[in-house]
Design a protein. Structure first.
Length: 84
């Protein structure tokens, strides 16, 4: 599932950069939809994986994505948006 996590972050970076820069929805809408789809695929992977993916792994992934969102929308100043 690590490839799914990387894909989710990659598309989220692209979408969130455009959101933060104030670009029109038409420039980032597709990436935002793909980000949501990637999150859904990750959850489906957690539910249907054999062997089961543990609750600790799931909570760590959710916490890491939460920290990522906090960093993107709260901590990063406009000067460093290009890092996304």
């Amino acid at each position: 599932p690590s490839a799914l996590y990387g894909e989710t972050i990659m598309y989220a970076n692209s979408a969130f950069y455009s959101v933060l820069k104030g670009n029109p929805f038409s420039t980032y809408g597709e990436n935002l939809v793909i980000t949501v789809q990637s999150v859904v695929v990750c959850v489906l992977c957690w539910v249907y994986a054999v062997p089961k993916i543990g609750m600790t792994h799931r909570l760590c992934c959710i916490a890491a994505f939460g920290v990522y969102l906090f960093g993107v929308f709260v901590l990063i100043s406009p000067t460093y948006y290009y890092l996304l």
